[in-house]
Design a protein around this ligand. Structure first.
Ligand SMILES: C[S@@+](CC[C@H](N)C(=O)[O-])C[C@H]1O[C@@H](n2cnc3c(N)ncnc32)[C@H](O)[C@@H]1O
Length: 293
């Protein structure tokens, strides 16, 4: 980015868009705006109102550095240090996966299912930055949550997010393998575990492959290693009216539904599609046992 002298914000923006486009960044305009707003500590609305103003040399330098990070395909959320999920703002950095909008579907369903259950004891396996657990705690004031992860780094980020949203008293952060640290059975287990087949990791876009934690992505040989192990562990950690919600990859619906039905032959197992029409969440509901033959 070649910025000489004091230039108007809109000129700096246009130059940055070109640089990002040349680097193959898809949402170049949006990213250029978000990063300029970040450099100037403005909202995007405030930025639009000032497009004719001039950029100070210090701000130019700062903007240039941010654009250079994005040119190297670093995700915007890591550059700015936060990401909105389910209407809440989460601290994110390279210690955790960036929460995705598809996962909001799992949260939505989990809220409905938790509301029909009491006591509201919920486990979030593989909590990462805490997006799911914190969103559930914020929307279910009577719920107690266990947010579990095998990564101490991820739990440190989740702890900050619990405090940021005032739910640290009800979200218990536990380190360990999948459900094994749970101190008591719960009636809802939710999980967005790694589900990318090992052989596909190399072909992921560089923004994911080169920046997000491998332990948050790698689902083993067929992508289902963590999900299979969680289903095997789940029985001993679920109360009688319990349910499980699992996020899955778009082509994993039938396989995960089959695994779940094998582990829970009497439960009702459903595959739910996301807003793009893709299989996204598998629901295992032990309550509906009587309707099964
Ligand atoms: C795909 S990320 C999901 C993060 C977060 N739940 C979200 O939806 O944004 C998966 C998380 O599972 C954790 N994880 C992977 N294997 C695990 C295991 N065996 N036990 C506990 N956590 C695990 C990773 O550290 C990572 O934080």
């Amino acid at each position: 980015l070649n910025i000489g002298g004091e230039m108007e914000l809109q000129v700096a923006l246009a130059q940055a868009v070109t640089v990002l486009e040349d680097a193959g960044v898809e949402e170049s305009r949006l990213d250029a705006e978000v990063l300029l707003a970040h450099a100037l500590e403005l909202t995007r609305a405030q930025l639009y109102a000032r497009l004719n103003q001039r950029l100070s040399p210090q701000d130019q330098e700062c903007y240039q550095a941010l654009i250079a990070q994005r040119v190297r395909h670093e995700p915007v959320a890591y550059i700015v240090g936060h990401k909105t999920f389910y209407g809440l703002d989460f601290l994110v950095d390279r210690r955790v996966l960036i929460p995705r909008p598809e996962t909001e579907l799992l949260v939505e369903r989990a809220i409905e299912m938790a509301q029909a259950r009491s006591p509201r004891l919920i486990a979030d396996a593989g909590t990462g930055c805490g997006a799911i657990a914190v969103s559930l705690a914020a929307h279910l004031p009577e719920a107690t949550l266990y947010a579990l992860d095998a990564s101490p780094d991820a739990l440190a980020v989740a702890e900050t997010n619990c405090r940021r949203h005032g739910v640290e008293g009800r979200v218990h952060l536990l380190l360990g393998d999948l459900l094994s640290p749970l101190p008591q059975p719960v009636n809802l287990i939710v999980a967005n575990l790694p589900y990318i087949p090992q052989g596909e990791l190399e072909s992921l876009p560089p923004a994911i492959r080169d920046y997000e934690p491998l332990t948050a992505l790698d689902g083993g040989e067929d992508g289902l290693v963590a999900i299979r192990r969680l289903l095997a562990q789940a029985r001993g950690h679920l109360r009688p009216r319990g349910a499980i919600l699992l996020e899955i990859g778009a082509d994993q619906g039938p396989a995960v539904a089959r695994l779940a039905q094998q582990r829970f032959p009497m439960a009702k197992v459903d595959v739910i599609r996301d807003y793009a029409g893709l299989d996204r969440v598998v629901v295992v509901d032990k309550v509906s046992t009587t309707t099964k033959s």
